[in-house]
Write a protein that binds this ligand. Structure first.
Ligand SMILES: Cc1cc2nc3c(=O)[nH]c(=O)nc-3n(C[C@H](O)[C@H](O)[C@H](O)COP(=O)(O)O)c2cc1C
Length: 190
């Protein structure tokens, strides 16, 4: 089983990065394969609302005309068995890089053909409030909303704050192992 981890932090050694590592460790401990992407290190521009009515070719063709790393990352999600979206909490909400990526993803997903490999794909969300510790729940709600709009099968949303990060890392390891077990069980049923 393969999971793709999409992280809205720039820092693999930061708090969100540690959360991603814990999920990865858990997933691998159960035999799964995991690959991580740190969005600020990729070129993913924000939506430019191409047409006067606010839409663009995303609505009719399920693709985005901006030439950057977006399409390749979407294809990587399609190839994976599951995805994890992990964002640091900024002002109780998603980081800018996570917002830019998910904004464009939900747009292409309005076109039915583009939902292939996205619709019903199991995903988990993690939001890490690494400052004072507030806003992890509102960030989880933003993330869950956009993931649902895209058509994913949202399995779990895990809020983390810096005060409970150590304890949550154990929980995230268990969640990673659980995810691999769940994917295998679902595959056996097919
Ligand atoms: C623009 C900005 C806004 C932030 N807003 C919050 C917040 O609402 N709540 C909070 O606990 N921390 C907040 N923080 C701190 C981040 O959550 C913290 O830096 C992040 O979790 C750690 O980043 P890392 O995971 O990349 O290490 C904010 C940080 C930045 C840069």
């Amino acid at each position: 089983m393969k999971v793709i981890m999409i992280c809205g932090s720039r820092n693999p050694d930061g708090q969100t990065g540690h959360a991603v590592d814990a999920l990865t460790d858990g997933f691998r401990s159960s035999g799964g394969e995991a690959e991580s992407y740190y969005l600020p290190t990729l070129k993913i521009d924000h939506c430019i609302q191409c047409e006067d009515n606010g839409w663009g070719i995303c609505r009719k063709n399920g693709v985005c005309l901006i030439e950057d790393d977006f399409a390749e990352l979407v294809d990587d999600i399609r190839q994976a068995d599951a995805a994890v979206f992990a964002s640091p909490v900024y002002w109780g909400d998603l980081s800018e890089s996570m917002r830019a990526f998910t904004d464009r993803l939900r747009r292409i997903c309005t076109f039915e053909g583009a939902r292939v490999g996205i619709e019903d794909k199991p995903v988990m969300g993690v939001c890490v409030a690494g400052g004072v510790g507030g806003g992890s729940l509102s960030c989880c709600m933003s993330l869950e909303k956009v993931l649902n709009t895209c058509g994913f099968d949202v399995l779990d949303m895990i809020p983390v704050r810096h005060q409970n990060l150590k304890a949550k890392l154990n929980q995230l390891r268990l969640a990673g192992a659980w995810l691999d077990t769940l994917l295998k069980a679902r595959q056996e049923r097919v």
